[in-house]
Structure formats: C-alpha cells, structure tokens
Design a protein around this ligand. Structure first.
Ligand SMILES: [Cu+2]
Length: 489
C-alpha cells in the first residue's frame, strides 16, 4: 500500500479562482444581513461516476519525520473529496477492502431511504471483499460528508470519512474554495499506533478525546490564500468527540451556511461546532505576507488549528461584505396543524433496552446470529427511555415515532444530562426554531448541538418514506444507546 502525505492539492479541490471585475458592493457589513439571492449558475444534469474503496492505508498524521499510522480511508488521500454540481446524479461504485463489514451513510443529504447507508435498516452490510453501488441526486447545494454507520467508533476513529461538496449555491465567485476537515486522532504519539478508541470513562461522560489534533490530517497546517481575497472556508467537524469553539484571528470572517444551508451572512465571533456539524465561512484573506489563524477556544488553552497566509499581489481593498449564497429548496415546515414530537436524551438509568423488548421470545439461534461488530455490551444512554443498540445493532427495535408522509412535525429536543449531544436526524433538513444558542439566526440544519440541560425546538416536513435514524453524533453515545429512528409512511 502506498505511503502518502496529506495532499493539499486534493483537499483544496476548487483551487483558486479569480474574482475578475466583480467588486464587492459598498454596502457596509455592519448595516445588517443581506437577503439570500439568486444563484449565478444553473443546475447541472447528467451523471458523475466515482469509484473508490475503503481500505487500510498509511498516513503520517504527526508530521513527515514522525511514525506513520495505519488509517482506514476511502482513497489514497484522507477525507476523500467528491465534488459535484447541483442537479448531477452521483453513481458510486464502492468496494470494501477492510477486514470487517461497512456501509456509507451520506450525512445531510435528502436522498431516498434505500441510499441512506445504515446496515440492517436500509441495506445489508457490505462484507469484506464485496462491492456496493449507491446512486442518487443530491437535491441541495452545500457542504456534506459521508461515513460508516456500524462500528463507527473504530471505523471513523481510524479516519473512514469523506467530504461531499455540491456546487451551485454561489451568487458571486470566491477567490478560493477551501475544505477544512477538523479531526483528532487517538494515537500513541511515540509509535503512531492506535490507543483504544473508546474508554469506559469517556463513553459514560463527554467521550474519549483524541491525542493529536489536525486540520486536513495535518497538525496546524499553513494554507495559502490569495492575499486580500474573499475565500470560502468549508469547515467540517468530523471528529467523534470534540466540540470546538471556533474563531478566526487576524481575519474578518462571516458565516454563510450552517450544515451546508445558506444563512444571511453574519459576522463569525465564536461558533460552537460539534461532531458532524459544518460551517461555511467567508474570510477576507490576509494581506501579502500576513497571516491569520483558526483557533479553538473550547479547551482551557486555545489551540491554533490552521494558519492562513496571504499570497500574491493582493486584491484592491474594499469593505468586507460577503455575498449571500442562493436560497435552498428545503421544504418549509407548515407549523399550523403540525404533529408534535418529544425526544428526551438521557442516560440509560431506568430505561429499558429496546433490544431486550424486541428480542423477548427470541431463540438460541437468534443469539448465535448476533452481529458482534454492531454489538454493544454497554448501555449508557437513551432516547425517550429506549436504548439502541443494546446488545446488538442488527436487531431493529420499534420506531420511536411513526410519521405521516408529507406532514410537518415540530419536535422538542431536551437534554436531561450534564453533557453536550450533537443530535442528527437522517434524511431531513430541519429548521431550528428556538435554541438557547446565542447569536444563531433561525436556520436549517441536519445536526443540532444540545448543550447540558438544553431544550431546542426543530421542525421538518416528513416528505420521504422510510426508516430514518435519530442519534447522537458523539459516537460513543450513539454506540451505547443514544440512537433510534422514526418511520415515515
Ligand atoms: Cu451524545
């Protein structure tokens, strides 16, 4: 297998584009958010074929002169990037070259249920040596990602994740379009070998944290931007555990999309980004020779995640006033007459095991068929008093709720624990109606961060049938009980 270093070329993807004569408007950024406007590029059509395999590969995560690590990735570069145009159909020819079964969940994409990639729920697991085809047309432009959905603690822990950028939401070209993946790794720093991905203490509390922090699989990389340009930075938190409090230093920055969904641009002060969440930011790149940084203030000692260097002659100075992205086509929830749902996220104490309930009356053969890879012998967490997986992921419990196709649902999410939980709903992009998060506008999202004792109200249109997962994206919580699903019929 090939040794490789992280390739900035592939991660930068879109490369540098020239803004040409398109000068930013003189309207001051302080005068209030701009309305979302029409896109400049029409949707594409046709099919994009991609072929890749999940396999063990080598990667020098701690630097060129340090021991390499045996990562699991979808391609020779970490965080395999798929770029396609809105309206294009993606046809994926996927091969599993790992020693255990896997599947691909396309996080944040509103696609048919049979492409959702959840073993035993929407497809059989893809066994070692097997191939699986995925084919769908992402309806929305934005920044998404993909990952396995079983044994996720170890598979994602070893790096099995990819990035999907669906282009077509820009109303003005940016001077650069940069993908920035944040992920920590559980490494023995002397040897590059893996430490245990989960610990009892972590799984019961805030999760087990990585020891090596990286951006684009490098420790504090330096990323070159066209000096003075307005650059789109697509930040993805693909860590299993870490919540970041992100801020740019030495650069103006504005949030333009949350989980890939456009918002009227607003200044980025500090943004709490939990696992699986994304933030699209437009920054004014530093002047020639100057630098700015992306800093995480969540830990006691702030950590510089990446440095941005201004290169080239520099753009003509103008007020920083990033253009809004074009409005998406997410179905607008109709709150009048909406169905009401309550999801209580809690510890498993006092809750019963959904598996135990569904397995009652099961015989010895059932037990012999338990899929140890998807199994958890620990049950720490629950949703509405139910825990899944409890013993075995492959035994599907009853749904938390059965929803009527086409109807709007308003869901109240409550956190009954002293820990944060990034809660993800598969298949639907929901509107965050009320939240305790300071400074957040009403916005669409697919993952929402429940802080301790938090209460958040979301709404979505259940417009596609199927079994759709609801779970915490702090993976040790998901894998020890904080997972369930809703059935849309
Ligand atoms: Cu959680």
């Amino acid at each position: 297998m090939s040794r490789f270093l992280p390739s900035r070329r592939t991660l930068l993807g879109g490369g540098l584009a020239v803004a040409g004569a398109a000068l930013l408007s003189a309207r001051g950024f302080a005068k209030g958010p701009a309305a979302l406007s029409a896109r400049t590029v029409r949707p594409a059509s046709g099919e994009k074929k991609v072929s890749f395999s999940a396999a063990e590969r080598s990667l020098k995560l701690m630097g060129a002169d340090r021991p390499e690590s045996r990562v699991w990735t979808y391609a020779d570069e970490p965080f395999h990037l798929i770029r396609l145009r809105q309206g294009e159909t993606l046809a994926v020819d996927f091969e599993n070259r790992l020693p255990e079964h896997t599947s691909i969940h396309w996080h944040g994409l509103r696609i048919p249920n049979d492409q959702d990639g959840v073993p035993y729920m929407t497809q059989p697991p893809v066994k070692p040596g097997e191939k699986h085809a995925y084919r769908f047309t992402p309806p929305d432009a934005g920044t998404f990602w993909f990952h396995p959905h079983c044994d996720t603690v170890a598979q994602l822990g070893r790096g099995l994740a990819g990035v999907m950028v669906v282009e077509g939401d820009e109303t003005k070209p940016y001077d650069a379009d940069v993908v920035l993946v944040l992920k920590d790794w559980r490494l023995d720093e002397a040897t590059g070998e893996w430490l245990p991905f989960s610990t009892t203490r972590g799984a019961l509390r805030a999760g087990t944290f990585g020891t090596v922090r990286t951006a684009n699989a490098e420790i504090a990389p330096k990323i070159r931007l066209p000096a003075g340009g307005d650059c789109r930075i697509r930040i993805l938190n693909l860590d299993s555990t870490r919540v970041g409090d992100l801020s740019f230093e030495g650069m103006e920055a504005a949030v333009v999309a949350i989980d890939g969904n456009p918002v009227s641009p607003f200044p980025l002060k500090e943004w709490r980004l939990g696992p699986a969440m994304r933030l699209d930011v437009v920054v004014r790149a530093p002047a020639p020779g100057a630098e700015g940084t992306l800093v995480d203030y969540f830990s006691a000692k702030p950590v510089t995640l990446a440095t941005f260097a201004g290169e080239g002659e520099g753009k003509r100075p103008s007020a920083f006033d990033p253009a809004p992205l074009s409005k998406g086509d997410i179905p607008e929830p109709k709150l009048k007459g909406a169905g009401r749902l309550k999801f209580a996220f809690a510890t498993a104490a006092g809750g019963k095991s959904a598996l135990a309930a569904s397995a009652e009356g099961g015989d010895a053969l059932d037990k012999a068929l338990l899929d140890s890879l998807c199994a958890s012998d620990k049950v720490n967490w629950s949703i509405n008093g139910e825990s899944w997986p409890a013993g075995d992921h492959s035994r599907v419990p009853p749904p938390l709720f059965t929803l009527r196709q086409g109807r709007t649902y308003v869901a109240e999410l409550t956190n009954e624990t002293p820990h944060v939980h990034p809660i993800h709903l598969h298949g639907f992009t929901f509107k965050v109606l009320s939240s305790t998060r300071a400074g957040a506008p009403v916005h669409f999202a697919d993952t929402v961060l429940l802080t301790p004792k938090d209460r958040i109200t979301i709404a979505f249109v259940a417009d596609r049938p199927g079994d759709w997962m609801v779970h915490c994206h702090l993976i040790e919580h998901q894998d020890t009980g904080m997972m369930g699903y809703v059935k849309v019929v």
